[in-house]
Design a protein around this ligand. Structure first.
Ligand code: ATP
Ligand code: MG
Length: 560
């Protein structure tokens, strides 16, 4: 059993799984087919992960299959780059569509045929009204709409006009094909919705073949029916579209009868999951690209070092419900941290180095100390680190005039260097401007391994690297892109956090980190979880902070 299958078995109960189970038990369906239907107009984000885990998860759990279907009906916004990225990201998340890769554009001919079917049965008509006129006659939530003056065209005239629309005779926006349902319906989606619009645009897959394109509503359910989808699971905003979904399935000679079910989309605090805004963040240069580690995209999370299993675990824990809610992004980070705490090996890295010289350690000498790779997993083994006379410690771990509760290094205090010795600071060296540039310390040779034979204790253990063989690196720390918990999507540019990226140019890492692989996140002891960034080159390492060791969101919210 694969990890994903195992997770699927352990997946929680929810109302959609209850429906699927009941449909199998009652014999309504012999096997289950679901689909994940992204529009290739952007990269996938953590919200899509919820839908992917649900659709692929249900298929695996109940022995069915899940289709990956590109909902590519709007050629002005869709690109091959997005198709490729979506395929890569679904696979990375741990799911496999096997043979079941489809495109709504593969069904354009069939959909066209069905549109003519609706015309012939008197259930669709060509409307010459402009967009504004249609909007003005649609009515409101409390008032019915009014019929279009073109509503009662003959079947012949409708067929002729629709065929000429297809032939490219009319400019964009000149006419549309509408379903003839009910302009007085309480549900605005049923007030003669648009099925086809004219669009002279080249499509990534069908090229110039089409000058009319089906609407989402016309393409979606019919694509489900063609593929034999049994449960068409989508987010709540489509609940009001369900009557139209059902109307089209009832009024067309479709080969199967899919049903639509809605669940609540994922919302996260401090996070925008609107593809429109994410696109603007990329296009406007507010971030370095779709895979910028500050982005909530799967590509961004991957680059940041978030393991796919942590995303699946997060999605499992939030569950599937019917009511919209917002999940605290701190909970996402909690799950990532918990996962990495279990899986990431420990290393030492000094982000803001302060040099220390151990005056009573012989010049030119070096010794190896043994460091454990994972405190809770002995099978992860140990490694050797070189301890020498000159070391770097974290600048923050020293204070010349410490307040009462500061237990780390200060003049005269003794602390432990992890895995090595106790040291005491004897002298502070400053430059002309008064900045501390070096500490002169002494070590106690009897404390090798970090314990004093006389039983004396120290209050702090510091991480360190040796000056001689540590490797320099750039370390990128990420802060929330939006400081407000509920960013105003309309004015997102004014809400962007100017300090979302903090670059540390001259960190120092223990040598083993030079061999890190991008898919192997590590813990920098006392700092957090990090992984190499693809910007790394043989002579310049770059690391990303995936997540810190502690929850910083509480602080952010309080400050916000
Ligand atoms: P838009 O419709 O604005 O382009 P979208 O995020 O809905 O954006 P789609 O490509 O249509 O993009 O989404 C594919 C699938 O992912 C849909 O079934 C949609 O319901 C689901 N989905 C999108 N956002 C979320 C979310 N935040 N939580 C859960 N599912 C989501
Ligand atoms: Mg959508």
């Amino acid at each position: 059993m694969s990890v994903v299958e195992k997770e699927a078995r352990e997946a929680g109960q929810d109302f959609i799984r209850d429906i699927v189970r009941a449909d199998l038990e009652s014999g309504r369906h012999k096997s289950i087919v679901t689909r994940f239907p992204p529009e290739p107009n952007g990269y996938l984000h953590i919200g899509h992960a919820k839908s992917i885990c649900l659709n692929f998860g249900i298929a695996e759990e109940f022995g069915g299959h899940c289709n990956l279907r590109f909902d590519d009906t709007n050629p002005t916004k869709e690109e091959q780059e997005y198709i490729d990225a979506i395929r890569r990201d679904v696979r990375w998340l741990g799911f496999d569509w096997g043979e079941n890769l489809f495109y709504a554009s593969d069904y354009f001919e069939k959909l066209y045929e069905w549109a003519e079917h609706l015309i012939r049965t008197g259930k669709a008509y060509v409307d010459d009204q402009s967009q504004e006129e249609m909007r003005a006659t649609r009515g409101t939530l409390t008032e019915p709409g009014t019929n279009s003056p073109f509503r009662d065209r003959s079947v012949e005239e409708n067929l002729d006009l629709f065929r000429r629309m297809r032939a490219g005779e009319f400019p964009n926006g000149a006419r549309v094909l509408r379903a003839k349902i009910d302009m007085a319906s309480g549900n605005i989606n049923m007030r003669d919705p648009v099925l086809y619009r004219i669009l002279h645009a080249e499509h990534p897959r069908t090229g110039k073949k089409w000058t009319i394109y089906p609407s989402y509503d016309f393409a979606h359910g019919q694509s489900d029916a063609i593929e034999g989808v049994t449960h068409s699971i989508c987010t709540l905003e489509f609940e009001d579209h369900r009557p139209l979904y059902d109307w089209l399935i009832e009024n067309l000679p479709v080969p199967s009868q899919p049903r639509q079910y809605e669940f609540a989309r994922l919302n996260l605090t401090h996070t925008v999951l609107s593809k429109r805004v994410l696109t603007e963040l990329v296009r406007g240069g507010h971030v370095a690209g779709w895979d910028d580690p500050r982005m909530p995209t799967l590509a961004g999370l991957r680059r940041r070092g978030v393991p796919p299993a942590a995303i699946r675990e997060f999605v499992r824990r939030i569950g599937v419900a019917k009511a919209n809610s917002t999940v605290d992004v701190g909970m996402f980070e909690f799950v990532i941290r918990e996962h990495l705490n279990r899986t990431a090996q420990r290393r030492m890295a000094v982000l803001r180095p302060l040099k220390i010289v151990i005056e009573n350690y012989p010049e030119g000498r070096c010794e190896e100390v043994e460091a454990v790779n994972h405190p809770e997993d002995p099978t992860a083994g140990t490694r050797h680190i070189r301890f020498c006379r000159e070391l770097f410690i974290e600048r923050d771990d020293f204070m010349e005039n410490p307040p009462k509760k500061f237990f780390r290094l200060s003049p005269g205090t003794e602390v432990r260097l992890r895995y090595a010795y106790f040291i005491t600071c004897r002298e502070v060296v400053k430059d002309a401007t008064g900045d501390v540039v070096e500490l002169r310390c002494v070590y106690d040779p009897t404390t090798k391994g970090g314990n004093a034979p006389d039983g004396r204790k120290v209050k702090a253990t510091l991480h360190w690297v040796s000056a001689m063989d540590s490797v320099p690196a750039e370390v990128r720390l990420y802060n929330p892109l939006f400081t407000q918990p509920d960013p105003d999507v309309a004015n997102f540019a004014t809400e962007l956090n100017p300090n979302s990226l903090e670059v540390i140019a001259d960190a120092r890492l223990e040598p083993a980190l030079a061999r890190s692989k991008s898919n192997e996140p590590v813990q920098f002891e006392r700092q957090g979880y990090f992984c190499p960034d693809p910007d790394s080159s043989p002579d310049r390492l770059v690391f990303n902070r995936t997540v810190g060791l502690r929850d910083t969101w509480a602080k952010v919210s309080a400050a916000g």
